[in-house]
Write a protein that binds this ligand. Structure first.
Ligand code: KIV
Ligand code: ZN
Length: 508
C-alpha cells in the first residue's frame, strides 16, 4: 500500500456549512487559489444543487484552478449528480462525490416515506439500490467518483460493507467513511477502517477515505486512527471549521503525520509553510477567529512565556517545541507597509496573503490603504484584509452611512445621531441606547425602518496598539433570513455602524 496520504479539503463545502458562515463565489475562488498553493490533492468546492450561487462557485473554481482535483457534492439523486456534472464540466480533474445515509438512524428517519419501503430491511434494500444507481450515473459524468456512506460511524458494519462493495463494483474510485456525528472513539474508528480493508472483497480497487466530525473533540484523533489502519485519503477543513463542532483540522492532521513520521511512516504532498497564511485567509474571509491556543495556527501555538519554559527554550528550542514555526509558515522576512510603500509593494503583499486583485480593485484598495496609512505608522496585514472586505467584496449598498455622531461618557446617556443614504434618499435619525453601540444600531434601525435582530456581535482589534484597526462582525436575523455583516475602522463605534449596515445590505 502507498505511503502517501491524499488530502481532501472541504473548507468550501463542509466548512462553509458552519453556522453563520457564508462565502460568495469570488471569496471561494480566493480560498481555492490558496488551497492550491497549499498543494491539497482535492478541493471540494461546493454542493452545486444546493443553490445557484454554489453552482456558480463550483463552476468558477473548476474553470480557474489547475492542480488539485475539483470535487462537487451531491445526494444520491439524479438531479444533484447532473448538477455536479455540469458545474464540473470545465475541470481538468473533476470528481463527483455522491452518497447516502447508511446507519439505521438515517435509513429509518431520513427515508421515512413508504416509497422507500416499510420495514428497516426493505428500506435498506432500496437505499442500496439508490446508492448503486447514483454511482453508476456519476460514472457516466466523471471518471473519478467518490462514494460517501453517511453516518458510517454509527452504522451496522455488515450493511456498511455490503454498501461499499456494491459502490466499488459499479465504479466508485474512492469510498468515504464519515463519522458524520462525531460519535466514534479512536480505537473503534481505527478498527472499523481495518475491518473494511479486511472484509470488503474488492476494497483494493478503491482508496479508503476518512471524514470525521468533532462533536466530542475527537475528529483529528479519529482521522489519525483511520490513517493508521489503512485509510489513504483524509478529509477535513482549515481551522477545523464545519457543521456543528466542525471537521478534522487539516493542519493538525498533516502536522501530526509529519511530526510523528516515526509512528505513522506516511507522508502527504502538503506545502506546510502555507498553513498559517491559509488559516488567516479562511478566518478573515469567514469572520471566524482562530482561538489563540489552537494547535499549529493559533497565535500562541509557538509562544513561550513562563520563566522555566523560556529558559529551556533559549538553551535549546527543542526542549519545548516539537515543530519549527517556520515549517508552518510563521517566520517570513517582513516588509513594513507605510504610506510610502507604493502600489507595487502593496500588490506584492496582497498576493502573499492570497488575494489576486484586478488593476481596478488594486487602485481602489490602494486609495483606502493610503487613508489608513496616514492615520497609522504601520499598516499590518490584518488592516489590509479588513480594507479588502470593505472595498473588494461589498454587497450592493441599499444603505450607506454618511455621517455618525456619538454622545457618550461616564455620566451621559449614550446617544447616536446618524445620516444614511437609503435607496438614494438622505435620511437622518437619532436614538439613545444601552451604550454607544446599542444607540448606533437603534438609530440605524429607525432610519432604515428595519427590525432585524442582532444575534451576534464580535469585536477584535486586528492590529496591536491603541491606534489599532477594529473589526466588528455582526450576525443579523430577520424572520427566517440571516446575514453576517462586517466593518472595520480605527473607531470601533464607526466599525460597529458599518458592520450593522453591511448586515442590513446583505439581508436586502
Ligand atoms: O459528514 C458527512 O457525512 C458529510 C458527507 C456529506 C460526506 O459531510
Ligand atoms: Zn461532514
Amino acid at each position: 500500500m502507498t505511503d502517501k496520504v491524499a488530502i481532501f479539503d472541504t473548507t468550501l463545502r463542509d466548512g462553509e456549512q458552519a453556522a453563520g458562515a457564508r462565502l460568495g463565489s469570488r471569496d471561494k475562488l480566493t480560498i481555492a487559489r490558496q488551497l492550491s498553493r497549499l498543494n491539497v490533492d482535492v478541493i471540494e468546492a461546493g454542493y452545486p444543487a444546493s443553490s445557484p450561487e454554489d453552482f456558480e462557485a463550483v463552476q468558477l473554481i473548476a474553470r480557474e484552478i489547475q492542480g488539485p482535483a475539483i470535487c462537487a457534492l451531491s445526494r444520491a439523486v439524479a438531479g444533484d449528480i447532473e448538477a455536479c456534472g455540469k458545474a464540473l464540466a470545465k475541470a481538468a480533474r473533476p470528481r463527483i462525490h455522491t452518497g447516502i445515509g447508511v446507519s439505521d438512524m438515517h435509513v429509518l428517519h431520513k427515508f421515512r416515506d413508504e416509497k422507500y419501503g416499510v420495514t428497516l430491511g426493505e428500506k435498506k434494500v432500496k437505499i442500496l439500490q439508490m446508492a448503486v444507481a447514483a454511482v453508476k450515473l456519476a460514472r457516466q459524468l466523471a471518471e473519478d467518483v467518490e462514494f460517501y456512506a453517511e453516518d458510517a460511524g454509527r452504522a451496522d458494519p455488515a450493511y456498511l460493507f455490503e454498501m461499499i462493495q456494491a459502490a466499488i463494483d459499479v465504479g466508485a474510485t474512492v469510498v468515504n467513511i464519515p463519522d458524520t456525528t462525531g460519535y466514534a472513539m479512536p480505537e473503534q474508528f481505527g478498527a472499523l477502517i481495518r475491518s473494511i480493508r479486511e472484509r470488503v472483497p474488492n476494497i483494493e480497487r478503491a482508496v479508503v477515505s476518512v471524514h470525521c466530525h468533532n462533536d466530542l473533540g475527537l475528529a483529528v484523533a479519529n482521522t489519525l486512527a483511520g490513517v493508521h489502519n489503512g485509510a489513504r485519503q483524509v478529509e477535513g477543513t482549515i481551522n477545523g471549521i464545519g457543521e456543528r463542532a466542525g471537521n478534522a483540522a487539516l493542519e493538525e492532521v498533516v502536522m501530526a503525520l509529519r511530526t510523528r513520521g516515526d509512528y505513522f511512516g506516511l507522508r502527504t504532498g502538503i506545502e506546510t509553510r502555507e498553513f498559517v497564511r491559509t488559516s488567516r485567509l479562511v478566518s478573515d474571509m469567514l469572520g471566524m477567529a482562530v482561538p489563540p491556543n489552537k494547535a499549529i495556527v493559533g497565535g500562541n501555538a509557538f509562544s513561550h512565556s513562563s520563566g522555566i519554559h523560556v529558559d529551556g527554550f533559549l538553551k535549546n528550542r527543542e526542549t519545548y517545541e516539537i515543530m519549527r514555526p517556520e515549517d508552518v509558515g510563521l517566520t517570513e522576512s517582513r516588509v513594513v507597509l507605510t504610506a510610502r510603500t507604493g502600489r507595487h509593494g502593496l500588490r506584492d503583499r496582497l498576493e502573499k496573503l492570497g488575494y489576486a486583485l484586478t488593476k481596478e480593485e488594486l487602485d481602489r484598495t490602494y486609495q483606502r490603504f493610503l487613508v489608513v496609512a496616514d492615520k497609522k505608522q504601520e499598516v499590518f496585514d490584518e488592516d489590509l484584509i479588513a480594507i479588502l472586505h470593505d472595498e473588494i467584496h461589498p454587497v450592493p449598498e441599499t444603505y450607506h452611512l454618511d455621517y455618525l455622531h456619538i454622545y457618550s461618557g461616564t455620566s451621559a446617556i449614550p446617544t447616536a445621531t446618524v445620516r444614511l443614504h437609503v435607496r438614494g434618499e438622505v435620511r437622518e435619525g437619532a436614538a439613545i441606547g444601552d451604550g454607544p453601540v446599542d444607540a448606533v444600531c437603534k438609530a440605524i434601525s429607525s432610519v432604515t425602518r428595519t427590525s432585524a435582530r442582532l444575534t451576534r456581535y464580535e469585536i477584535r482589534a486586528v492590529t496591536s496598539g491603541t491606534e489599532a484597526m477594529g473589526e466588528v462582525t455582526v450576525q443579523l436575523e430577520d424572520k427566517s433570513r440571516r446575514a453576517m455583516g462586517r466593518g472595520a475602522s480605527t473607531d470601533v463605534i464607526e466599525a460597529s455602524a458599518k458592520a450593522y449596515i453591511d448586515g442590513l445590505n446583505k439581508l436586502v
